[in-house]
Unconditional design. Sequence first.
Length: 231
Amino acid sequence: MRTQSSGILAREQKVTVGEFREFVRRTGYRTDCEKHDSGWVFAKNRWEQKHDASWDNPYKQQGEHDPVVLVSWYDALWFANWKSESEGLSQSYILGQREGKCTVESNPATGGYRLPTESEWEKMARKVLADPSSSSAGAKGHRNQRNDNRVPPGPWYMGATQTPRLEWCWDSDGVASANSGTGSPSPAPRICRGADVIDENGRRSDVRVSCDASTAANTLSFRLIKESAVS
């Protein structure tokens, strides 16, 4: 896991539908959801596993500037590497195949794009809440999101039965062996954190669950960070 060094600033951005579309157009990439013909969709007040669900068919209205959903933890890493390469940066992950599954190792000596650690995600969430110009800084407009921003029950996640919209973090939940996520074909479930969720009193809701790395749901998105030198 990386630690933030002196003179380095982590810049973050949510990955949008339009950005992911460009990635797919240029590379022909197929997400885990598409390869397995299975994605969790919350529609009409209940969860269903849809065989035709995908990032491009999330069963809810989305524009090109909305966060991309129905992407797995693995999909997020592949996108991060592509974005790094497209901007002439070193890739943050070493991705391969073993026993028909994706293997992952981190490459900490790069300045490329990567998923935030859980502690980095938490710092970014606090910063958003403290910014009065942010749409997430107040409760107004967020109170009605609770019914359609939940994680579906199933063997692929551990935690609360109802949670708001989530984002992938790099960290594992520590359930599997110590080398999981560093070359193992079966990494431990990965931590997901609630994204920009405000309770009725205007306080950020602290949400934390674990999902299997290949999970895809239409409440699950991701953001990337890139470290830049501070002058």
